[in-house]
Design a protein around this ligand. Structure first.
Ligand SMILES: Nc1nc2c(ncn2[C@@H]2O[C@H](COP(=O)(O)OP(=O)(O)OP(=O)(O)O)[C@@H](O)[C@H]2O)c(=O)[nH]1
Ligand SMILES: [Mg+2]
Length: 266
């Protein structure tokens, strides 16, 4: 059984930085983790790139040859990935062991996890290869300064959740930039009444009914809650990782082995 995180979130939400911090953390604690670049437009990396979509397809070539812009070009690249999953991903995965842990650093174009099916096929492929996959969705903590931004961030996360049907962990990134940590608490497990009153304060009266539906939607999927992540604190990274590990049952096999030898069981 292999393990994988699919790291998603809007452009600039801190996905690649999270991946490199996670990598460093695992180096420190002596744990093996491989980071995969799925962004055909990425250029600089702060982590060793274990697999790289750019070896399959280059955004520059696609834009030049097909006359596409950067976003259309990216969608084309991802569709190309989808068509080549059997060759490319299967071949690349052959380099890893059965119980390896992979982290996929995705591009930030939001359409990738809202309405383009490539990630769904990608996940299905990983699952066929016996990977336990967790969706990790990053939202910039600066979004909570504006409740309308926060709600739209929640909706985007929700659409990834509904589309991918994976264990799902939401992270509020860049906590080092939050000055008043108390402001954050209300957004980590948002109360629908609180969201509703904040939205109503911000928006014109004709939106009240819509606001109510949005707040209810967030509440109905009570899974829209966030774990704060402060990359400056090793303990924060460790906590986030432990929550994700729990979702994909990483480490449980080891526990079972320990239990097998528990003298009290005799
Ligand atoms: N202060 C602070 N800045 C951060 C943190 N994480 C990321 N950043 C900054 O936010 C910007 C975007 O970070 P990236 O990690 O490239 O974000 P991304 O989600 O990978 O972006 P795309 O791949 O373009 O979608 C960079 O300038 C980072 O230095 C953080 O925890 N704290
Ligand atoms: Mg990135």
């Amino acid at each position: 059984m292999g393990y994988a995180q699919l790291v998603m979130g809007p452009a600039g939400s801190g996905k690649s930085t999270y991946c490199s911090s996670l990598y460093d953390h695992c180096q420190t604690i002596g744990r093996t983790m491989h980071i995969v670049n799925l962004d055909p437009a990425a250029e600089n990396f702060n982590y060793p790139v274990a697999m790289d979509i750019r070896e399959l397809v280059s955004l520059d070539d696609v834009m030049e040859e097909l006359g596409l812009g950067p976003n259309g070009g990216l969608i084309y690249c991802m569709e190309h990935l989808e068509e080549n999953l059997d060759e490319w991903l299967t071949e690349e995965l052959d380099n890893y062991l059965d119980d390896d842990y992979l982290v996929f650093d995705c591009p930030g174009q939001i359409e990738l996890f809202s309405h383009v099916p490539v990630l769904k096929s990608f996940v299905a492929h990983l699952q066929r290869k016996n990977f336990n996959v967790c969706a990790v969705y990053l939202l910039d903590s600066q979004f909570i300064t504006d409740v309308t931004k926060f709600i739209s961030g929640c909706m985007a996360s929700l659409s990834a959740m509904v589309q991918l049907e994976l264990p799902h962990v939401n992270i509020l990134s860049k906590m080092d930039l939050v000055r008043n940590k108390r402001d954050v608490d209300e957004y980590l497990n948002p109360d629908p009444q609180f969201l509703l009153s904040e939205l109503n304060k911000r928006m014109a009266p004709q939106f009240q009914k819509l606001n109510k539906s949005l707040a209810e939607l967030v509440n109905d999927y009570s899974m829209v809650s966030f774990i704060p992540l402060d990359l400056g604190k090793e303990s924060s990274i460790q906590y986030v990782l432990s929550q994700i590990d729990c979702c994909i049952q990483y480490g449980e096999d080891a526990e079972v082995k320990v239990k097998d030898f528990d003298p009290e069981d005799d």
